[in-house]
Design a protein around this ligand. Structure first.
Ligand code: 6PG
Length: 251
C-alpha cells in the first residue's frame, strides 16, 4: 500500500516534501555514503527545488555526496525554456555546492535513441548491472521524485505508449503525440527498482485523475502512474488538499 500524505495547502506540501528529501539524504549518506536522487520536471516541483536551495534546507545536506539524475527529459537543448534540466538548474543546481560531475542530465539535444542509450550507460556506471542484459539494476535510486499529469502520465510514461509496460530496457525514447515532441524517460524497470518513489501532486485539476489512479481499476496503459509500484521500496504520494479532494481514503 502506498503511503498517502495530504497537506492543507501547496506551501505546506512543498515544506513537507523538502523535509522528506533532507531526511532521506541524511539517512542515505550515513548508511551508504551517497544520496542518489532522480528529479521530475513540470511546474509542480519548481518551488520545491527553490525551497531546497534556501539556507534552511541547503545547509542540512552534504551536497558533495549527492548525485542528481532526471526521471525524464524533453528532447530540446538544455537552455530551451521547455528543458527540465534548465528548470532544475535555475531553481536548484546553480544555488547549491554540487560538482558538475555529480549532475547527470539527459541530453535532450542529442538524437533521442542515442540519448536514451547513453543515459542507460550512465545509470550502469552508478548502479552497476548490465543495462543491455535487461532486468532491473542491482541497486536502485535512493529517491525518485515524480509528478503526474492530468491524463495520469508520469515521467514520460504517457497513456498508450509501449514504454509503460517495458520490462527490459532502463531508458527509452518515445515520440509523445500529445506533447508534440520526443521525450526520453526512465522506464518502469528502473523506476520500480528505487528504494523510495515519491509523487508530488498539487491542485484541483489533478483531483479526478488522482482518484482514478489511486482508487479506480488497475489499467496502467491508460493511467501510467499506476505502473509505479517499487518492488522492494516504498511508494509515497505527497498531495495538497485540493488534489486529494476526490479521494475516499487518506492515510
Ligand atoms: C515532464 C515531467 C512530467 C511531469 C508531469 C506533471 O517532463 O513534464 O517530468 O511527468 O511531472 O507532466 O507536470 P506538472 O507538475 O507541470 O503538472
Amino acid at each position: 500500500m502506498p503511503k498517502i500524505t495530504v497537506y492543507p495547502d501547496n506551501d505546506s506540501l512543498i515544506r513537507g516534501a523538502a523535509d522528506f528529501i533532507v531526511e532521506l539524504a541524511v539517512q542515505a549518506i550515513v548508511a551508504r555514503g551517497r544520496f542518489t536522487l532522480a528529479l521530475s520536471g513540470g511546474n509542480t516541483p519548481r518551488p520545491l527545488y527553490a525551497r531546497l536551495a534556501t539556507p534552511a534546507y541547503r545547509d542540512r545536506i552534504d551536497w558533495a555526496k549527492v548525485h542528481i539524475f532526471f526521471g525524464d527529459e524533453r528532447c530540446v537543448p538544455p537552455d530551451d525554456p521547455r528543458s527540465n534540466y534548465r528548470m532544475v538548474r535555475e531553481a536548484l543546481l546553480d544555488q547549491v555546492p554540487l560538482s558538475a560531475g555529480k549532475v547527470h542530465r539527459l541530453r535532450g539535444e542529442d538524437p533521442p535513441e542515442q540519448a536514451a542509450a547513453d543515459y542507460a550507460r550512465v545509470l550502469q556506471k552508478t548502479f552497476g548491472g548490465d543495462a543491455a542484459a535487461g532486468g532491473p539494476p542491482p541497486e536502485g535510486f535512493d529517491l525518485i521524485l515524480l509528478g503526474m499529469g492530468d491524463n495520469g502520465h508520469t515521467a514520460s510514461l504517457f497513456p498508450g505508449l509501449a514504454v509503460v509496460t517495458e520490462t527490459r530496457r532502463w531508458v527509452m525514447a518515445q515520440y509523445v503525440e500529445v506533447a508534440g515532441m520526443w521525450r526520453v524517460t526512465l522506464t518502469p524497470v528502473v523506476l520500480n527498482a528505487a528504494r523510495q518513489v515519491a509523487f508530488l501532486v498539487s491542485g484541483g485539476g489533478k483531483a479526478e485523475v488522482l482518484h482514478r489512479v489511486l482508487e479506480g481499476p488497475y489499467q496502467p496503459v491508460a493511467l501510467p502512474s499506476q505502473i509505479i509500484k517499487p518492488s522492494h521500496g516504498e511508494l509515497r504520494w505527497l498531495l495538497d488538499a485540493t488534489a486529494a479532494a476526490k479521494l475516499r481514503r487518506e492515510s
